[in-house]
Ligand binder design. Structure first.
Ligand code: UDP
Length: 329
């Protein structure tokens, strides 16, 4: 199967690309390297290109005889989307439309999409299942929700098959410590906590301790990036068989911001300085996955079951690569 990974040099995309290459799949990465890293993927896979360049995209789909697109490319930060919604509508929705048009013209009829738990309406209790009501609460979430709808509509009209994977909080690094999370600026909790442990940051701001949760801080479902990558391998098999699916991908366990910090302190063996600040606009109090469907139907199981195991992998990456992927493209 010949696969095109848009945004395949990014954090989650590159984890899938490396896994597929190790298993003998034929993968082409299409990435503008605005956030991704050349060093994160095998050099011979990478084509530098922007989704907005429809002509180039069509050429790549044709020349590489692509059969399936795994669509990772997109902007991912809730807070940024609140202050710059235009960018999320342009970069996520606008460029996804260019991709779907290119697929239509090129008769590529299968797509796996990196969606998000934030498409669901906010809840303060329990887990989110695929039947939970949708209700995206910030421009990032609206952009992902809209792309899901676009894919469903293109699929219905053109006889395509698709898999929508709703990720919860991707985190962790490869077990050999070679590949990990690197964003600039870094906004995610776990990498920031580990940067504070390395003395690269003075302290961690806890964005709100007055939520309706047991310790007052937000709860998320932290899922290891390599477990997300495995879900894509299963998705490729399913989509190849011509069926469509929508699945949550998370561990089913929620951890609060304070629990993440405690677990990290245990892993690094030291105290991490914190301060409680105001809530971050766009945040919801609780996002925990009900992932029974993907477990039952595809046999997916997260290998990394605890926060401590996940943070240990991230800590090795941060310790050994304090400046991330140094050779910035
Ligand atoms: N968070 C925090 N301080 C930070 C970064 C994040 O308290 O410096 C919180 C954030 O409010 C959320 C959780 O940590 O509840 C995870 O945030 P992250 O940005 O890692 O992922 P998101 O859930 O936004 O995708």
């Amino acid at each position: 199967m010949r696969i095109l990974a848009t945004g395949g040099a990014g954090y989650v995309g590159s984890a899938m690309v490396r896994l597929l290459v190790s298993r003998g799949f034929e993968v082409t990465v299409y990435d503008n390297l605005s956030k991704g890293f050349r060093a994160a993927v095998p050099a011979d896979c990478l084509i530098e290109g922007d989704l907005a360049e429809g002509d180039k995209l069509r050429r790549v789909l044709k020349e590489h005889r692509i059969e399936v697109v795994a669509h990772f490319a997109g902007s991912i930060t809730v807070g940024e989307s609140m202050v710059n919604p235009r960018h999320y509508y342009r970069n996520n929705i606008g460029n996804s439309l260019v991709l779907l048009e290119a697929m239509q013209v090129s008769q590529v009829e299968k797509i796996i999409f990196s969606s998000t738990a934030t498409v669901y309406a906010p809840v303060s209790q329990g887990v989110l299942t695929e039947e939970s009501p949708l209700g995206p609460a910030n421009p990032y979430a609206v952009s992902k929700y809209t792309i899901e709808r676009m894919i469903e509509d293109f699929a219905a009209a053109n006889g395509w098959s698709y898999v929508l994977l709703r990720y919860f909080n991707a985190c962790g690094a490869s077990s050999d410590g070679r590949y990990g999370e690197a964003h600039d600026p870094e906004t995610h909790l776990i990498p920031q906590v580990l940067q504070a442990a390395l003395g690269q940051r003075e302290k961690i701001s806890i964005f709100g301790a007055d939520y309706d949760t047991p310790d007052g801080t937000c709860i998320r479902d932290y899922v290891h990036v390599d477990d997300l990558a495995e879900a894509h391998v299963l998705a490729l098999k399913a989509v190849e068989a011509g069926k469509s699916y929508t699945y949550n991908v998370g561990t089913g366990t929620g951890n609060s911001v304070l629990e993440v910090i405690r677990a990290a302190e245990e892993v690094v063996g030291g105290k991490i300085p914190t301060e409680i600040t105001g809530r971050r606009p766009g945040d919801t109090s609780r996002l925990v996955a009900g992932s029974e469907r993907i477990k039952r139907e595809w046999g997916w199981q997260p290998k990394y079951q605890t926060l401590t195991e996940i943070i240990e992998t991230a800590w090795r990456w941060h310790r050994e690569h304090p400046n991330g992927y140094q050779e910035k493209n």
